[in-house]
Design a protein around this ligand. Structure first.
Ligand code: NAD
Ligand code: 6OD
Length: 486
């Protein structure tokens, strides 16, 4: 049985209190190990280590040397690919085919993606005329922001954690990471990689625990934390924003969504069905960018519904390593209970269940796992709770529309504003509709196609701020103006 320890100042250690909690595999509910729960002492140790490292050898490294170290980290993750893969699949239950294609490669790539941005991003410069005629020169100078608290979720644990740690370290900050209590493994393993690559102690620290009254809250409240970057639910984002207001610390919040896909009759239907298959069911529907509301133009509505159903019926649940498996369980029993409550609610709100709606029959060992059926509904009212609240499971509701204006209004009829997918072969329409959608990320004829130089983040209640490319640079550095009187 594994022991998941904190990683503080380059060393693994358990909590002084001896408090631990279980880490279970959602495939069959087997106990994977015990996780040490950080208290005030460990969180303080981690933040102090990060504060000390900020002024130590880390600050002496040139940008090029820092980038070279982070490239080494990326390479070492790839060398230890199979260990990261096994750890991620054990914690989440996701198919190996998926994690080896997305989670682990992106977990490594996030350490490389920002080096070119950093090396090539200009800062502004202005010449100012002065009454004495000699003038002044202004220029921008970037400094690391300091100690960054990174609070991450369980759905893409390595990818979403390194998406923040990569640029934070590249910009010269130090970090204290609090991974999700459900997925401690890959973040813990990353500590070994940091040591192997020679990243100075205290630059990367990990504390384990829960959110409220535990490591998460203690970390975000710590006065030596200079900024907080968070991915998770909107409600948690609100709590973190409150914590960050003490001492006016900067925040980046990447939160929940209730994303729409808009499928026009002039789309390439094969591509629209295939894309919606992925956006609704990939990672068992546990992707923040995933589609839970599908709006389809009436002439192709029936065909779209029956083709998506046919495709979803091909999803094969099973162990992560099993050949041909393309559907994992949900992350935990707790999350299964939440998703199942929405499956029941959909029926009581009057949905027609096109597919699924229950728990699949799994063989004896897997029967204890957090499995749910891929589910498709039609016929719900627009204001049904199932159409309004984020479920974060393998499910979607499909609704017909009759005009472009109606589709836009329906898609925007949500307090969230993370992502959307538009399916049309008419370029003018694609440009028009994507301009009108109130979201941070809009894909046309694709989904989750990522270019790490681009802005990533949510509108409305899906978040605050943008990361990615120069936007990460904006968040992870403090921009100072230097004014030289000539
Ligand atoms: P969550 O908000 O429950 O937890 C996220 C993290 O916050 C965990 O590490 C948790 O322990 C911690 N936390 C909880 N309360 C806290 C508090 N008061 N103070 C400090 N830390 C606290 O989210 P989750 O269930 O892990 O993840 C699923 C959610 O994340 C969904 O809503 C999904 O849409 C969202 N998400 C968003 C994005 C994005 O990029 N916008 C990406 C992935 C997931
Ligand atoms: O691709 C990314 O950089 C990113 N942040 C993806 C988020 C996925 C949400 O579940």
């Amino acid at each position: 049985m594994k022991e998941y320890l904190h990683f503080i100042n380059g060393e693994y250690l358990a909590s002084e209190s001896g408090r631990t909690f279980e880490n279970r595999c959602p495939v069959d509910n087997r106990l994977l190990g015990m996780v040490s729960e950080a208290g005030e002492r460990e969180v303080d140790q981690a933040v102090v280590a990060a504060t000390t490292a900020l002024k130590g050898p880390w600050s002496q490294l040139t940008q090029a040397a820092r980038i070279a170290l982070l490239n080494k980290v990326a390479d070492r993750i790839n060398e230890r690919f199979d260990e990261f893969l096994e750890a991620e699949c054990n914690d989440t239950g996701k198919p190996r085919a998926l994690a080896s294609h997305i989670d682990i490669p992106r977990g490594a790539a996030n350490f490389k993606a920002f080096s070119e941005t950093l090396a090539n991003a200009p800062t502004e410069s202005f010449q100012l005329d002065t009454p004495d005629g000699t003038g002044a020169l202004n220029y921008g100078h970037r400094k690391p922001k300091g100690v960054i608290a990174v609070i991450s979720p369980w759905n893409l644990p390595l990818l979403l954690m390194t998406w923040k740690v990569g640029p934070a370290l590249a910009c010269g900050n130090t970090v204290v990471v609090k991974p999700s209590e459900d997925t401690p493994a890959t973040t813990t393993l990353l500590g070994e990689v940091m040591n192997e690559c020679g990243v100075p102690p205290g630059v990367f620290n990990v504390v384990h625990g829960f959110g409220p009254d535990s490591a998460g809250e203690l970390l975000t409240a710590h006065p030596l934390v200079n900024a907080i970057t968070f991915t998770g639910e909107t409600k948690t984002g609100e709590n973190i924003m409150r914590a960050a207001s003490v001492g006016l610390r900067d925040i980046s919040l990447e939160c929940g969504g209730k994303n729409a896909a808009v499928v026009f009759a002039d789309c390439d239907l094969d591509k629209a069905v295939e894309g919606t298959m992925r956006s609704a069911f990939a990672n068992c529907g546990q992707v923040c960018l995933g589609t839970e509301r599908v709006y389809v133009e009436r002439p192709i509505f029936d065909e779209f519904v029956s083709r998506l159903k046919l495709q979803a019926e091909t999803l094969r649940p099973g162990r992560p390593e099993a050949e041909g498996v393309n559907l994992g369980p949900l992350v935990s029993q707790k999350h299964k209970a939440k998703v199942m409550s929405y499956y029941d609610l959909a029926v009581s709100e009057g949905a027609t269940v096109v597919l699924g709606g229950g728990v699949p029959a799994m063989d004896s060992q897997l029967a204890e796992g957090a499995w749910v059926e891929p589910t498709i509904w039609t016929g719900l009212a627009e204001d049904a709770r199932v159409n309004k609240e984020e479920i974060f499971g393998p499910c979607c509701h499909i609704c017909p529309f009759d005009s472009e204006a109606e589709a836009i209004a329906l898609a925007n009829n949500t307090p969230y504003g993370l992502a959307a997918a538009v399916w049309t072969e008419n370029t003018a329409r694609a440009v028009r509709v994507s301009a009108e959608l109130d979201v941070g990320i809009c894909w046309v004829n694709s989904w989750f196609l990522r270019d790490l130089r681009t802005a990533f983040g949510g509108a409305k209640q899906s978040g605050i701020g943008r990361e990615g490319g120069v936007h990460s640079l904006e968040f992870y550095t403090e921009l100072k103006n230097v004014c030289i009187k000539l």
